[in-house]
Design a binder for this molecule. Sequence first.
Ligand code: PHE
Length: 342
Amino acid sequence: MKIDKVKSLIEEVKAFAAGTEKEIEDFRIRILGNKGELKQLFAQFKEVAPEEKKEYGQVLNELKHVAEARVDELKQALKQQQSSAEADSLDLSRPVNQQKVGSRHPISLIRNRIVEIFQNIGYEVSVGPEIEDDWHNFTALNFPPEHPARDMQDTFFIDKDPDIALRTHTSSVQVRMMESQSPPIRTISPGRVYRNEAISARAHCFFHQVEGLYIDKNVSFADLRQTLFYFARTLFGEDTEIRLRPSYFPFTEPSAEMDVSCTICSGKGCNVCKYTGFLEIMGCGMVDPNVLENCGIDSKVYSGFAFGMGIERIAQLKYNVNDLRLYSENDAQFLEQFRSSL
Ligand code: PHE
């Protein structure tokens, strides 16, 4: 009896179980495929006795629906099984993979901070070339011809006649600013400078500076002092005291060195400040009238002040780093300590 055969096949389909995708697919092809059992049974339609044709058609349809439903059901069950297995393998209490975040170089951190402090009181940032001519690095700045800085021992010369050298300070940028702009000028010049020094913990053949310049009518030494006082207190803290000591630079008159109260002992005296209570951090002074005239500014109308500091020196005080070489060795262990920004 063909009908019985179909009915038993229906039972078989209903009971069929499979654990893999392949088993399900094989089963589908066996029953429902182009050459599958269902097709073959349909083909036998003509052999069925006329009075049984109706019922035969019905059981075949039932077989088709039952088989399709079973395949869907099995696929669904398999999918669920897979996703719950995946969830079981996720350990939500595991620590996350740490993503390494880069850090700024300590010199950049300090430079940015110094620049920010002066920008807040109206200074503009200016930059210039690291390879300079004699005029911008020395002559315009009132260096006498026999000045030792003009010696090969102190300066890296690239060319002679005309003299071309690696700039020894960013005062050269200030000359360029005075030549190209008319007062009032308020500018700071951060940058790398070069000096012919043997490399040691305390000296390097290059370092970084921020120099500042303010030119206007009636600029006085009191303005210089107050500006630097504001700077020192903003950078080192509200209790910081400053001290100006007479000094000499060819391009300023009068000139001074500025000290700040020791950042370690607050002025009480310790071995960092050599028991003086103060630390020297920059040179400064009133721009020499000769320099103004060299740059085309009328020194009878205008006056100004300038100052310059080494970024490494400030970083040394801020971060307590005592070996200058660390700043240019790219030692990851050193650099990673500066991950939080200043
Ligand atoms: N240019 C000086 C230096 O490199 C610093 C300085 C700048 C001093 C401006 C006085 C005024 O040492």
